[in-house]
Design a protein around this ligand. Structure first.
Ligand code: MOS
Length: 686
């Protein structure tokens, strides 16, 4: 059997593209009512009065819930989920009311008729590195040390042959999955059912049960299909709590709540802007002696999220002197959260552009400079890497991309009015297999069924988990039915941290193996086995990461500054690849999102009002087909016996890591203009 590795098409693919997949908002569940949130129009203050009468008399409006009428929640520990509990306004766009009506149009009209006055306070929403109120968070996401130090970076910088000291900035970014955050909620017979667009039915159930003080068995979360999430659906946001609250206020009626695209810009998380003060010191022959990175970023005043931006600088290259710090400003802004490769994605921009700057200072090829600084062991822990094939990725990428014929001089290749250049950057993402996920494999009616409370956010879980089961059972993959996306199935970890396939797949593989070992090739009807992922003891002995190398070609118009990226090529070493088709899609998707980050995406913040001004897809630019030309993803056949028995490392996020730096480095090679602030727009290169 060779089910693993086969490029099977996605089992949910046809349903999704033909419109027959039932998304959360579309769940048929009786005669629904519809909700529309009312949002605060000041960035900081207190509601003085809220006028709901006009909305309440509107034909079709059933209810206007405000802090006056909302149920008192059992737990307000998570300030993002503690909706409508008091008069305080912590950011513009925070929910201050919820209109429930017979149609979505009436709900929306009603929401427009709700009017609040405020005791407004001066707001403060502007991130800068010289604020005097920056603070040191206890940990950075999810539980890493905030600061690290080894040796003496200051002394090493003072005595280095060559140094680079620069400040880099990544923009604020908003996740924009095609399907907005949406829920159908039903409170019936003291059970709350949420059909919710989520990356984790079990984590979502836990969070919501806590907020409402319900035992977990009285909350069910169902989510067979998700139209993208990228991290923004990894944890429930305010919209889910609102839908649940409205359902409890209207028992027996399914309640529907979908955020509008504009509401997603204040209510569904975002990637904090980062300011990265980077220091590199090196010997003349290109050995790093010092790596320093001091990161400044923002969080909201009501709930802390500390993006782990400096993490990759701790382990990427060998240097005896290293120092990383994170400092936060707590501002009157919406709550930041996960976005594809939190930490690694912004955290490989500054450092990988700095490596390019260092390569130019030294007159050493940027591929070679990285190879010269390959560490023997994880610089942070001193442990060996379970597998590390960064050098092979760089060499293979250079070969495929045609790097060797590159003339390093910047700004000298003019073709038909376009300046042409190429750039490289490294890529990394940690590999993890989460403990506590359970799968059940059962033989029934002549077929096998796999059940696990996982979520497929569009990444391929519907398809790859049966491949893994087929391999373990030694049966054709067509004989396996997959069941996921429901808390009725066993507990499983969130689809996040690129750990889905490694985690759920490990449980599925072991359960299937157990069934096969116990009952042989011909099990009795109803025979079943389960398995739960445990702690991997090898994690204490090895550093576990996937690596990659990203190559980009940039063309910048000499007169207009228009920037095009005709070629992107990535080579990854990411463990065993379970499905060549879905894996390639993940790499390409990540790289495309990285291209989008490099050239297009930016949530433009207006500190006067404390809001994102380009809060729609007309003005928040995401790379479209015309922006994406030749994107290639390749990978090495990597066997890692330590990460988990399957050898799966995780691939959902590494594609975005390093891409923006490769593009920035290519733009420098094309033009001679070193752009240190994302996105790279034409005004910056001219
Ligand atoms: Mo990813 S940001 O861990 O969904």
């Amino acid at each position: 059997m060779t089910a693993i590795g086969e490029p099977l098409v996605r089992r949910d693919g046809t349903r999704k593209v033909t419109g027959t997949a039932t998304y959360a908002y579309e769940t048929p569940a009786g005669t629904p009512v519809f909700c529309h949130p009312v949002q605060a129009t000041v960035a900081r203050g207190r509601i003085a009065a809220i006028h709901t009468a006009e909305a309440e008399v509107l034909d079709g409006v059933l209810d206007v819930i405000t802090y006056r009428s909302a149920e008192r929640l059992a737990s307000t520990a998570d300030a993002e989920l503690a909706v409508l509990q008091d008069r305080e306004v912590a950011f513009r766009g925070q929910v201050i009311g919820l209109v429930v009506a017979e149609t979505s149009e009436v709900a929306r009209h009603g929401a427009e008729l709700v009017f609040a006055t405020y005791d407004e306070r001066e707001h403060d929403t502007e991130l800068s590195a010289d604020r005097d109120d920056l603070y040191k968070p206890e940990k950075v996401n999810p539980a890493f040390p905030t600061d690290t130090a080894a040796g003496d970076v200051d002394a090493a910088m003072a005595s280095a042959d060559v140094t680079v000291e620069q400040t880099y900035r990544t923009a604020m970014y908003h996740n924009n999955p095609l399907e907005p955050h949406a829920t159908t909620a039903l409170w019936d017979n003291d059970v709350l059912t949420l059909w919710d667009s989520t990356q984790g039915v079990h984590p979502s159930r836990k969070a919501i049960a806590k907020v409402f003080g319900l035992p977990e068995e009285r909350v069910r979360v169902v989510c067979p299909y998700v139209g993208g999430g990228f991290g923004s659906k990894g944890l429930p946001h305010a919209n889910v709590a609102l839908a649940a609250m409205a359902a409890r206020a209207h028992p027996g009626r399914p309640v529907k709540l979908a955020l509008t695209r504009q509401q997603m810009f204040s209510l569904a998380g975002y990637r904090t802007p980062t300011i990265q003060k980077m220091r590199l010191g090196a010997t003349r022959d290109g050995r790093l002696t010092a790596i320093g990175l001091d990161v400044v970023e923002q969080t909201s005043r009501i709930k802390e999220f500390a993006e782990q931006t400096a993490l990759p600088s701790r382990m990427m290259y060998a240097a005896p002197n290293r120092r990383t710090t994170h400092r936060l400003a707590a501002l009157d802004v919406p709550v930041p959260s996960w976005m594809r490769a939190p930490g690694e994605c912004p955290g490989m921009f500054g450092p990988e552009v700095a490596m390019d700057e260092l390569a130019y200072e030294l007159g050493i090829d940027p591929v070679e400079l990285r190879i010269r600084n390959e560490p023997e062991v994880d610089p942070e822990s001193g442990n060996p890497f379970s597998s590390r094939h960064l050098v092979d990725c760089l060499r293979e990428g250079a070969r495929r991309f045609g790097w060797d014929s590159r003339d390093p001089h910047p700004g000298v290749r003019l073709e038909d009015g376009w300046l042409v250049g190429t750039g490289v950057a490294a890529s990394v993402y940690p590999s993890s297999t989460r403990p506590g996920s359970t799968a059940v494999v059962r033989f029934e009616g002549g077929r096998y069924a796999v059940e696990i409370g996982a979520a497929d956010l569009g990444t391929g879980a519907w398809t790859v988990l049966p491949q893994i089961a087929a391999e373990a059972l030694e049966v054709p993959v067509e004989e396996i039915d997959m069941r996921l996306g429901d808390t009725a199935y066993p507990e499983a970890a969130v689809a996040g941290g690129s750990a889905g396939t490694a985690t759920w797949g490990s449980a599925v593989f072991e359960a299937a193996r157990t069934l096969r070992d116990k009952y042989g090739r011909d099990p009795a009807d109803g025979a079943e086995a389960d398995a739960t992922t445990g702690d991997n003891p090898a994690r204490k002995e090895y550093a576990m990461y996937a690596f990659g190398a990203q190559f980009a070609e940039a063309r910048v118009h000499a007169d207009t500054g228009e920037i095009r990226v005709p070629r992107l090529l990535g080579v990854f070493a990411a463990g065993r690849i379970v499905n060549r088709r879905t894996a390639r899609s993940q790499f390409l998707g990540g790289m495309t999102m990285g291209l989008s980050m490099a050239l297009h995406e930016e949530s433009v913040w207006d500190p006067r009002f404390g809001q994102v001004v380009n809060h729609d897809l007309a003005e928040y630019h995401i790379a479209v087909n015309a922006d994406v030309d030749d994107v290639q993803a390749h990978w090495l056949d990597e066997r890692d016996p330590h990460v988990n028995p399957l050898g799966v490392k995780g691939i959902g996020e590494i594609g975005i890591v390093g891409t923006a730096a490769a593009v920035a480095n290519a733009v420098f090679h094309a033009t001679g203009a070193r752009i240190r602030d994302l996105p790279i727009t034409l005004d910056k290169v001219l």
